[in-house]
Design a protein around this ligand. Structure first.
Ligand code: ADP
Length: 319
């Protein structure tokens, strides 16, 4: 293989730059040329493609966001869009591709492989909602950002003896809420993967109060409902002094943690090795601390499972 392409696609995540760096440097070390593709599939179709050298990926391992930019480009779901992308790949002599993104981006990678251009997906999303990987690139950083924010909110919660409902990201997945909830010592974690009754949570709060704990931190995954809605429901069950906070996009940004940088570096290098062996249409994961890969089609047939033991642990620790 002489030349590969690298792009980031879908929502940005801290560690995407570390992944791009790893892909580029590993390829170069094997004598493979690398092209950077800006703006994901939109840039591919538009031909926003440039040859990369070692210094193009210098000084980015510590930077959040993505230096290759990202974009949503729904037209790539149509065959006409895919064929335009392939024209560009031909024009630039790119034989195979690494795509860092979420499940939407994986669809594009699969289509390219079906058209004869091997593409490999790396899981780049803060949500951790990809099957066949214990962790995605960006998740650890997002969890740490959330924990830092909750630590600060706790100061106010304690000073005013208030209840705080803190909405965190994750799309349909509760991973950020579970990890950040345990790490910040939350009183309640509410996730889409576990049934709950607001009435029971109100009772838990009353129990805590009767034992002298006057403030409450509730970490709510965005996939359940909005924080404000949750707070209004809670207030139906008692005269609570509650506030809601939506952490929002701060969770997507910031310098990646060491863990995310290492994960991205491992996955990026592995993807290049697999492309070099002629593999495509697969997604890289890390399972039980081992790098793995699976056919992208298998990912679409399965559902991501968060570590719900964290939910149970938190229940017993918060009592
Ligand atoms: P993410 O990769 O984070 O899940 P999106 O769902 O927005 O983000 O997908 C990123 C991009 O991947 C889309 O803008 C589009 O260009 C491409 N894509 C998404 N779905 C498909 C599909 N079914 N076929 C081909 N390309 C797709």
């Amino acid at each position: 293989m002489k030349k590969i392409g690298i792009m980031t696609s879908g929502g940005d995540a801290p560690g995407m730059n570390a992944a791009v760096r790893s892909v580029a440097r590993r390829a170069m070390s094997l004598g493979i040329e690398v092209c950077g593709i800006n703006y994901g599939y939109a840039g591919l179709v538009a031909g926003d493609i440039f040859p990369m050298n070692r210094s193009d990926v210098g000084g980015i391992i510590n930077r959040g966001g993505t230096k290759l930019y990202s974009a949503r480009y729904p037209e790539f779901a149509q065959e006409s869009g895919q064929l335009k992308g392939i024209e560009q790949l031909k024009k630039f002599g790119i034989e195979a591709l690494v795509v860092v993104g979420g499940d939407g981006s994986y669809h594009g990678a699969l289509r390219l492989t079906e058209h004869g251009y091997n593409a490999i997906g790396l899981p780049g999303t803060i949500d951790n909602d990809i099957p066949y990987t214990d962790f995605t690139i960006g998740f650890d950083t997002a969890v740490n950002t959330v924990v830092e924010s909750i630590d600060k909110i706790r100061d106010t919660a304690a000073s005013h003896e208030r209840i705080f409902v803190i909405e965190v990201m994750g799309r349909g997945a509760g991973d950020i809420a579970l990890w950040a909830g345990v790490a910040s010592g939350a009183d309640e974690i509410v996730v889409p993967e576990r049934e709950f009754k607001v009435e029971d949570i109100a009772q838990d709060i009353r129990n805590l109060r009767s034992r002298g704990k006057k403030h409450t931190i509730i970490v709510l995954a965005e996939g359940v409902m909005h924080a404000d809605e949750f707070m209004q429901k809670l207030k139906q069950y008692g005269d609570f002094d509650a506030r809601s906070t939506v952490l929002g996009h701060v969770q997507r940004g910031g310098s990646p943690t060491a863990r995310d940088r290492v994960l991205a570096s491992k996955m990026g290098a592995y993807a290049v090795d697999l492309l070099n062996e002629g593999k495509g249409g697969i997604a890289i994961g890390i399972e039980d601390n081992q790098l793995t890969y699976h056919n992208i089609l298998d990912l679409f047939d399965s559902k991501h499972k968060p570590d719900l033991s964290l939910y149970d642990i938190n229940k017993s620790l918060a009592k």
